[in-house]
Ligand binder design. Structure first.
Ligand code: EPU
Length: 425
């Protein structure tokens, strides 16, 4: 089990390049199953979730070639099974996209229940509602989701909650269905638009992705043979922007779509941070004093829930008392107990965290409780006085490509220790 050891109080300075979007890549890889033949995907992040997904697809019969460090060729001509019950499936949430993709391809799917970060209950009722509306029968037996349809027929589907996963899964299942499917109250995240663009490049007919009504006209076949580039990772970009402010640094974050960062940019400006936008980069210059703010996380274009943990850490150094209200997940404040070990003064009241600012964090042994909380712990370590050890860092590797290497290039004092026998946290 690896650990990150961080000596804090170093200002981040320089340039960092953001990798391809994890949450787009984890949808686009399963989506390849729907095509005939092969396609080339560029800007694929080198992260653990993608390694696991590649293994799962390979076990289903796909041939995946690494053309370079961020480009892969996926050939699905030999994928002939709709059963995905690999033990690796329960390691990540996004494996639920195999349901939509296999159903769309074979009109059948048997998929082990997905895993992923623990934010309390993570239901899939809206995914199931969508599959059933298209004509499938869905059963859950022995930890597997069993889906079968004689025909898949397009239908209007209204989502009771705005769900990224359900929107994507319904798109995957409906893209080759007969007739028209309309998803109302759809999620609008950038990775939904990216998946729609990927599917349309293969011959799908999807309109409205990025709005709350998505219209999918089913097509008979999705062709392979094209090259597609995944968008930059909005959350990785935001993590570096926050890290720059947290350390009073000056960082140019490159390979970014500034429009995707608007909710964060607005909050940083409200904190009195200097943010300069360029075509595909953003420069963030921290200040010695930043102002308190109130944040509420919401589906896109609202403030992303995945930037909530790093923002909480940052606000520990704001002037005054800030609040963060979690508007997406029931239980996404588990990491706050770890921050308290470093001296943070935060009270959690239901879905709201009240953060006392101007606190001096001191290094401590802490644990990454999940992926984004893990990135937040690293930022806390970089802000703190003294040494911080972050354990359980495998969950950071799930979604951040070479995080410590990128931070080290910006001047952070951070190193990974892999063979430590000590079990103290
Ligand atoms: N929900 C339901 N029923 C459903 C589906 C969702 O009630 O059938 C609820 C959830 O409980 C939650 C809300 O709807 O309260 C939103 O969940 P959503 O389905 O949008 O989340 P997800 O698809 O499981 C994705 C990202 C998460 C990110 C959320 C919200 C992937 C693989 N995961 O999860 O990313 O937090 O959207 O933006 O795309 C991460 O990258 O660290 C991460 C956790």
């Amino acid at each position: 089990m690896g650990k990150l050891i961080i000596r804090g109080q170093k200002r981040l300075k320089g340039e960092v390049t953001v990798s391809g979007a994890k949450n787009a890549a984890v949808a686009i890889l399963p989506a390849t199953i729907l095509s005939e033949g092969s396609c080339i995907i560029e800007n694929v992040p080198d992260i653990l979730d993608i390694t696991i997904l590649k293994n799962i697809l390979t076990n289903l019969g796909a041939k995946i070639e690494n053309l370079n460090s961020s480009t892969i060729k996926v050939d699905v001509s030999n994928v002939s099974s709709y059963v995905a019950t690999d033990s690796q499936i329960s390691k990540l949430r996004a494996s639920y996209y195999l349901m939509g993709a296999l159903l769309g391809k074979f009109k059948r799917a048997v998929v082990t229940f997905p895993g992923g970060c623990d934010f309390g209950v993570r239901p899939i009722d809206q995914h199931i509602k969508g599959f059933e509306a298209l004509g499938a029968k869905v059963d859950i037996e022995h930890g597997k989701v069993i889906i079968a349809a004689n025909r898949l027929v397009g239908a209007p589907i209204y989502l009771d909650v705005v769900s990224v996963g359900a929107t994507i899964n319904i798109m995957l299942a409906a893209v080759k269905a007969e007739g028209i499917t309309t998803i109302e109250n759809a999620a609008k995240e950038p990775h939904i638009v990216d998946l729609a663009n990927f599917l349309n490049a293969m011959g799908a007919d999807i309109k409205g992705a990025g709005t709350d009504v998505i219209k999918i006209r089913g097509v008979k076949e999705l062709k392979g043979g094209h090259t597609y580039m995944i968008i930059p990772d909005q959350i990785e970009a935001g993590t570096f922007m926050i890290a720059a402010v947290a350390t009073r640094g000056d960082v140019l974050v490159k390979n970014i779509i500034p429009k995707h960062m608007e909710s964060l940019t607005a909050k940083l400006q409200e904190m009195n941070v200097k943010v300069e936008e360029f075509d595909d980069s953003i420069r963030v210059t921290g200040r010695d004093k930043i102002q308190k703010v109130n944040i509420k996380t919401l589906p896109y274009p609202g403030f992303p829930t995945d930037l909530q943990p790093p923002s909480t850490v940052l606000l520990c150094r704001a002037e005054g008392t800030s609040t963060i209200t979690e508007g997406v997940w029931d239980n996404r404040f588990q990491y706050i107990d770890e921050l308290k070990r470093m001296g943070a003064n935060i009270k959690v009241e239901g879905r709201m965290a009240v953060i006392e600012g101007a606190v001096r964090l001191s290094g401590a042994p802490i644990r990454a409780t999940d992926l984004r909380a893990g990135a937040a712990m690293v930022i806390a370590g970089m802000m703190a006085h003294g040494e911080t050890t972050v354990s359980n860092i495998e969950c950071i590797d799930r979604g951040y490509e070479k995080l410590e290497e990128k931070l080290r290039n910006l001047g952070a004092d951070i190193r990974r220790v892999t063979n430590e026998k000590s079990k103290n946290r």
